[in-house]
Design a protein around this ligand. Structure first.
Ligand code: HEC
Length: 163
């Protein structure tokens, strides 16, 4: 029977929606810093599981060409939320339940590894506005856009400091 199946999937969908808003809420408005940190620890654990031994593997340095390509992609597909300068203050932010990170913050930016953040760009972070880009961007483009956001990080030292 079609209608039974339909009902079931609608109920499931509602369940997912309720769960995901509750999740986003807990880490958004009222949870304060602790709640946000909690959320980030959970995401980090998930990423460590997914990536296993390669979590901390280093990545090749950016070429100037990659940074140019990355910037182009960033301005089209990321800046609406993450802000042109990467400070997490794009025009869509006021509509989001949890805020995007400030990519220029050197401490925050080190919280997830390079591989982890590339993985996030590919797959997204469940329960947040950060959607995976793997359907629209190829691996090279994802790498370029990641290298570009990494280059936004405020950093006084050498390239080594970025890792
Ligand atoms: C619809 C809004 C939106 C768009 C568009 C978007 N993001 Fe995000 N992004 C977010 C939010 C919100 C978070 C924080 C999620 C959380 O709370 O864990 C995030 C988190 C991230 C993170 C992990 C946080 C960190 O500290 O590094 C990375 C990396 C990232 N985004 C990269 C990108 C890139 C690259 C693009 C474009 C290809 C992009 N995002 C497009 C909303 C967005």
């Amino acid at each position: 029977m079609i209608s039974k199946k339909w009902k079931l999937s609608v109920v499931m969908l509602m369940g997912i929606l309720i769960l995901s808003t509750a999740y986003a809420d807990g880490n958004g408005k009222h949870a304060g810093h602790g709640g946000h940190m909690d959320h980030m620890m959970k995401v980090q654990n998930m990423l460590k599981k997914e990536l296993g031994g390669s979590y901390n593997a280093s990545i090749k340095k950016a070429t100037p060409k990659e940074l140019i390509q990355g910037k182009e992609i960033y301005q089209k597909q990321c800046a609406a939320c993450h802000g042109l300068q990467g400070k997490g203050d794009g025009p869509l932010v006021s509509a989001l339940p949890s805020k995007p990170a400030d990519f220029t913050d050197p401490i925050h930016s080190k919280f997830y590894s390079d591989r982890a953040r590339i993985y996030i760009i590919k797959k997204g972070i469940p329960g947040t506005a950060m959607a995976g880009m793997e359907k629209t961007l190829g691996n090279k483009e994802i790498r370029s856009v990641y290298l570009y956001i990494k280059s936004l990080r405020k950093c006084s030292g050498s390239e080594e400091d970025h890792n």
